[in-house]
Write a protein that binds this ligand. Structure first.
Ligand code: MD6
Ligand code: FE
Length: 202
């Protein structure tokens, strides 16, 4: 049985050339010098996440035992996050169809075995602005569901250079990463998959 994709969901496979992907990875590596990757924790339980995170932009998403929140500074260095690379802002302008600029870009690094459970992005006050997501490095199995956790889901194998836009109704749909496929890309020097998600927060 097939079902329609949620309104506002866009999957843009192969959106970025290899050269564009490389330049984004270089920007991530530069940013990580000032804003090192850190391992967030699940709210309440404090269970460590399987991904490592950092951020670009005026606001960064941080997951700690005390809860999820947007912060102006890195939790380890207490310094502002590195600026959003202009190339990412250009990408947002090309695909987001939204009048405001992104304020946050979460950098998530998935090493072998990392995954992300089904969730809805709901920590932003700007609930209607789309989220634009860029996949870099190893392939990943992305699952998209509906507005309710039990709704049927569809899976997509995301590859390096693919872009996903969760706009419109799809902005409130459940989604997650079931697994990554180690060694399927040579883009990330230390291996794995880097996902960049840009958001308007306030
Ligand atoms: C990922 N992405 O691709 C996880 N969230 O690693 C997300 O959780 C996500 O791709 C909101 C909008 C688009 C996404
Ligand atoms: Fe998400």
């Amino acid at each position: 049985m097939t079902h329609a994709l949620p309104q506002g969901f866009r999957y843009l496979p192969g959106y970025l050339s290899r050269t564009q992907q490389q330049s984004l990875i270089e920007a991530v590596q530069e940013a990580a010098k000032d804003a090192p990757f850190f391992r967030g924790k699940m709210p309440r339980t404090g269970t460590p996440l399987s991904t490592l995170g950092s951020n670009f932009g005026p606001l960064g998403w941080v997951s700690a035992k005390t809860g999820y929140r947007y912060c102006e500074t890195h939790p380890g260095t207490d310094q502002p996050w590195p600026p959003m690379p202009p190339k990412l802002v250009d990408l947002w302008e090309d695909v987001a169809d939204w009048p405001a600029a992104p304020q946050a870009c979460l950098i998530n690094w998935y090493r072998e075995g990392a995954k992300l459970g089904l969730h809805v992005d709901a920590d932003e006050d700007a609930r209607d602005a789309p989220v634009v997501s860029v996949s870099l490095g190893d392939q990943a199995l992305y699952r998209l569901g509906g507005l309710n956790r039990k709704d049927p889901t569809r899976s997509f194998k995301l590859s390096s250079g693919d872009v996903v836009v969760l706009g419109g109704a799809s902005r409130r749909c459940f989604h997650g990463i079931d697994r990554i496929y180690p060694g399927t890309s040579t883009l990330v020097p230390k291996g794995g998959r880097i996902n960049l998600t840009m958001r308007v927060v306030r």
